[in-house]
Design a protein around this ligand. Structure first.
Ligand code: CU
Length: 145
């Protein structure tokens, strides 16, 4: 390896996390809620990416629209979990058929075209606000409709 290559490597390492004292750098994408069939319950999906060098942990989600819990799916059953990890340099995917957000005791029924506001809470980090669009009841993120 040349001296220039070694220097470049050192710069990359120094840049990693140095401007973020919290160690985790989170960003949310692919968020949506299928328009619920039920008047009282809905599901939500999103991807949380972590570009930082330290794991983050999603501990709770709040929304003005109702109560939100984090669920995981095992086989045909789902159950509430206390928290989910967002691995360092990795991502946590909440997607149809897998982990998801569960909205209950809805104060109003979200309709396609509206937005639902969420606050994601992580251990030791500031909460992250997210606006998620309400899509059709049969929305498929892979096909986009
Ligand atoms: Cu659920």
């Amino acid at each position: 390896m040349t001296a220039a290559a070694l220097l470049a490597g050192a710069l990359v390492l120094a840049g990693c996390g140095s401007d973020d004292p919290q160690g985790a750098e989170l960003s949310v994408s692919s968020a949506y809620m299928p328009q619920p069939v039920s008047d009282t319950m809905a599901a939500g999906f999103l991807t949380i990416a972590n570009n930082g060098g330290e794991q983050a942990r999603l501990t709770s989600v709040t929304s003005d629209i109702g109560e939100v819990t984090v669920h995981e799916t095992e086989g045909n059953a789902m159950r509430e979990v206390d928290s989910l990890a967002v691995p360092a340099h990795g991502k946590l995917e909440l997607s149809s058929g897998g982990n998801h957000l569960m909205f209950e005791k809805l104060k109003r029924k979200p309709k396609e075209g509206e937005k639902v506001t969420l606050e994601l809470h992580f251990t030791g980090l500031s909460p992250v606000d997210v606006e998620i669009p309400v899509k059709s009841a049969t929305y498929n993120p892979d096909s986009g409709n």
